[in-house]
Design a protein around this ligand. Sequence first.
Ligand code: TYD
Length: 254
Amino acid sequence: MNGLPPVASGSRGGNTPRAVPLFLTLEGIEGCGKSTQAARIAAHLRGKGTEIVVTREPGGTEVTAQIRSLLADPRSNLDPSAELLLFMADRAQHVASVILPALDSGKTVICDRYSDSTMAYQGYGRGHDLAWLEELNLFASRGVVPDLTLWIDCEVRVGLGRAKTRSGGPGDRFEAEPLAFHERIRNGFVALHSAHPERIVRIEGNAAEDAVTLACIAAVEAGLAAAAASPAAESGTGAGTESSAPARRAHPRR
Ligand code: TYD
């Protein structure tokens, strides 16, 4: 890609930092441009020689492609609790068969939507209890929390407009929801960002696509530099080492 910032040297005290794989998630409302940005970030990191797995929720595995179809189909008359549990089943399978194996083998994972979408959509959107959703998220994800989350924030009308143009019709079950539902989702992301400022970075998503890419890559480079400089990385117990896996799985399975 053109116009990207130079690869961060990340040097600290003259030492070359160890390469630290990240678990990076992208979040936002419908049509905010996450998928385009995920592909561009992946291209940038691959250009630096980083091994990347790009994946998504729902439907990031062969098995869960069927769950994704059920969730997206406007003809699925899903009860909100059934919807929530399908997302949880999707996540459990995805973490177990794609995300954890990739992280354990030292790859960086870029995931298009993850647990913050559950908080925003099923919590703020559908009204499920937020504290309970956090527990469920931890259970389904085996306590695997992203190192960095890019929230691409764009106006609801802009995002929905793009999503509807893309689908060429009323769109999937979520896109067909009323404007007020999508406003609640966006407000949810605002609240999640305030609650987790150390993890969630807001990216201005109303800007032109290339400007959004520059902002995403700057945030990823800052995240990588911070991870490389962390004491865990220096002592060999941080992300990207064999021993990082237990830390990521700190939450007990129930
Ligand atoms: P998708 O077509 O991937 O939408 P997008 O391109 O906007 O990411 O459909 C995924 C839909 O699932 C999206 O509307 C958000 C919703 N979703 C939830 O409601 N809860 C979740 O936990 C996840 C992961 C997604």
